[in-house]
Design a protein around this ligand. Structure first.
Ligand code: IVH
Length: 686
């Protein structure tokens, strides 16, 4: 291919990918399968590799990130990013409307929008290309986070249609609930503190130094304000509609309002309906529609007079605190939980509320029998926000925080600078053992996917698995009679190990022996050793022997390993129980060296889930299924044992089972041949 041909094809692919990206992320109406989309993207990636001079900084391939920003540059906003005046009641809103009507001499047309709960962002476009993305900062100056914003799939890198030559558009970067939950689950597994709410998580994500990590977070961006000289429209509503046509995500929830009654109706509707949105809003925003009217109304020092927000009230109720119980998390952290007289709050019955830690209890000075105020704010779990001291009984006593673990009796410890008390018995305290076992089998660790949390718990409760090494000693005949019954008085569920379950389980345990060293290290659940740290440590020390004898000083030389992680690793390997577990895992045949497992050849199949089915041959010679599986993992793919909606591809050989085929078709999973698999990885042979 000549450079001229490549240039043409790169242009063509870029337009196609941008188009399909928009169909998917802005309009939610995809026209091609994920597989076909990935094929286009792969072709573009390869062309850009072959012709690096032709690669465009705004290429859709840049959405995966990779850029590292050590320190964000500051950018002074062309027009300051003001905030909005807040109102909390219809009366306050009527006052604002009165002021507007008085100043204009008539009631204008208003626009009502949702108030997205994230962080404000300003995007700059020149000749239809994204040139800069800046956070609000202090309103005057913000941080240039362009590399990170480029990874947000709903932010167009290039525009369509009749856009102004140069303009700014502002909006809100948010994290939808699904992405927020996935992120917090992962953080819990990694031993990182979860984010309190999606807003904090979005704000934390946009300031990450590694844009590839931002790309994984699943951020979204809703736009609500077009600014610039000489725009074609004389009002906000039409500008937003135009921005939508250029490729921006401008949600359709916006309406025009002609009266206060229209505004109240919008507020009342969304105060309830917000519970069904896939992202958080904290109110609505009302804006005067016409630009000429906005100009007439002008600004105060802090906010425009032509717009106001109405904030939804965090619903607050009062109830009695019956008791405080203490939960032991999988990391050993103790969380005090308030047991409440059941009460209705924001559509649900609340019986429990988090009290976070001992400091919070002390600050609130909350006591058993108190009337307490409970709110459901931005946080998912309701919280106690205050105490009605006046109604307190005379004989009430301050709470004394427990000193021993409620699960195993061990004396609790609190490290300097930390708010939480911990149970240090990590290898003997039941919830911590269960947490460790569940972490060990999880997808990003050993990926023993036929064992779920329920079955793991059953194995533990039947005394068959007490530590991670025990998984490798399981015998089929021991498993046959295990039954675990869950019964909460409403639903009864049984977990049972049947023949098929047992053989699947033993196969995936066997398969897990091929998991590379860095994931085995992550799976051990050493405190503070998350996925990334495990990778760095594994590639530095290369083997478990070298790591086990490493000193604190040697550990600190590893990229991203600080005092806290180094101390935790040294402490872990110094325990005799842990040395024994490692020895047992070694004799079971787990991978404890870099390079011992299938060598990593590329990232073309990164995190895609595969099922391999049927028999294979290549150039007339039979190819074992395990060879195909190893090939997939060596390119970053993940093997799963059965087809589900989460499976990305089935590699089908001859005689693929008809059941699998039917299931794949009904779930829309792509069925590909061995040849297609080789094409995806640009390989000529297996
Ligand atoms: S308009 C000059 N519209 O709320 C007015 N803001 O308290 C510019 N926000 O900083 C803001 N949804 O981060 C506007 N539909 C919406 C909004 C919205 C959320 C945020 C934004 C702003 C803050 C003001």
């Amino acid at each position: 291919m000549t450079s001229a041909d490549a240039k043409l094809r790169i242009r063509e692919l870029t337009d196609l990918i941008d188009y399909h990206n928009r169909q998917y992320y802005q309009l939610a109406s995809p026209e091609i399968s994920d597989y076909d989309f990935d094929m286009l993207l792969d072709e573009l990636i390869n062309l850009e590799k072959r012709f690096p001079d032709l690669a465009d900084p705004l290429s859709p391939t840049q959405r995966v990130g990779g850029e590292i920003t050590k320190e964000f540059e500051t950018f002074t906003h062309i027009r300051p990013m003001l905030s909005l005046g807040n109102t909390y009641s219809q009366a306050e809103l009527a006052d604002w409307d009165n002021r507007v009507v008085k100043q204009l001499g008539y009631r204008p047309i208003y626009v009502c929008e949702l108030k997205y709960d994230g962080l404000a962002i300003s995007l700059h476009y020149e000749n239809g290309k994204l040139v800069r993305a800046v956070t609000r900062g202090d309103g005057v100056r913000g941080d240039d986070v362009t590399n990170n914003v480029k990874t947000i799939k709903s932010v167009p890198l290039r525009l369509n249609g009749d856009f102004p030559e140069s303009f700014e558009i502002r909006g809100e970067v948010i994290l939808p609930h699904s992405a927020f939950n996935a992120l917090n689950n992962q953080r819990e597994i990694d031993g990182d503190a979860p984010f309190a709410n999606p807003r904090n998580a979005a704000a934390g994500s946009i300031k990450l130094q590694d844009s590839a990590e931002v790309a994984h977070r699943g951020l979204d961006c809703m736009l609500y304000f077009v600014l610039g000289e000489g725009l074609d429209y004389d009002n906000h509503y039409d500008s937003l509609a135009a921005a939508r046509s250029w490729g921006f995500k401008v949600p359709m929830y916006t309406i025009k309002a002609h009266s206060l009654a229209d505004i109240y109706e919008f507020i009342d509707f969304w105060d309830i309906e917000r519970n069904n949105l896939p992202f958080d809003i904290d109110g609505v925003v009302i804006k005067v529609n016409k630009y000429s009217e906005q100009e007439k109304l002008g600004f105060t020092a802090k906010s425009p007079r032509w717009a106001i927000s109405y904030k939804f009230k965090a619903e607050r109720v009062s109830t009695t605190l019956l008791d405080i119980v203490y939960q032991v998390g999988r990391t050993g952290a103790i969380t005090p939980v308030a047991v409440l007289e059941p009460v209705q709050l924001a559509g649900t019955t609340v019986k429990r509320a988090s009290l976070h830690n001992a400091d919070v209890i002390a600050q609130l000075d909350v006591r058993i029998g108190d009337q307490v105020y409970v709110e459901k704010g931005g946080e998912i779990i309701p919280k106690i926000v205050g105490v009605d001291i006046d109604s307190r009984k005379e004989d009430s006593k301050p709470i004394e925080f427990i000193s021993n673990c409620p699960e195993c009796g061990t004396m609790l410890v609190r490290e300097q600078g930390e708010a939480a008390w911990y149970c240090p018995a990590e290898d003997t305290c039941p919830p911590q053992i269960k947490g460790k076992l569940e972490h060990f089998i999880s997808r990003k660790a050993m990926n023993i996917d036929s064992l779920g949390e329920g079955k793991t718990e059953a194995l533990y409760e039947h005394g068959m698995v007490n530590n991670v090494a025990d998984f490798y000693d399981l015998k089929p005949e021991q498993l046959l009679n295990i039954v675990k019954v869950y019964d909460d008085g409403i639903k009864r569920r049984e977990v049972r190990f049947r023949d098929k379950t047992i053989s699947n389980l033993l196969t995936s345990i066997e398969e897990s022996k091929k998991v590379p060293f860095e994931r085995v290290l992550f799976a051990l659940g050493i405190r503070f050793v998350g996925e990334t740290t495990a990778k760095k440590i594994a590639s530095h020390f290369k083997s478990i022997e070298a790591l086990a004898s490493a000193t604190r000083d040697q550990l600190i030389t590893v990229d991203e390993v600080g005092d806290r992680i180094a101390d935790s690793v040294v402490a872990w390997f110094s325990k005799a129980e842990h040395k024994e577990i490692i020895e047992r895992l070694k004799s079971a045949g787990l991978t404890f060296e870099i390079g011992q497992a299938t060598e990593r050849k590329g990232n073309e199949l990164q995190d895609k889930k595969f099922v391999v089915s049927g028999t294979f041959d290549f150039n007339g010679k039979p190819v074992a299924r395990s060879v195909v599986q190893d090939f997939i993992t060596s390119y970053g793919g993940i093997m799963v044992s059965s087809v589900s909606s989460k499976t990305n591809y089935i590699v089908a050989g001859d005689n693929m089972g008809p059941e699998k085929e039917k299931k794949a078709m009904s779930l829309g999973v792509s069925i590909i041949s061995l040849t297609e698999l080789l094409e995806m990885t640009n390989c000529d042979s297996i």
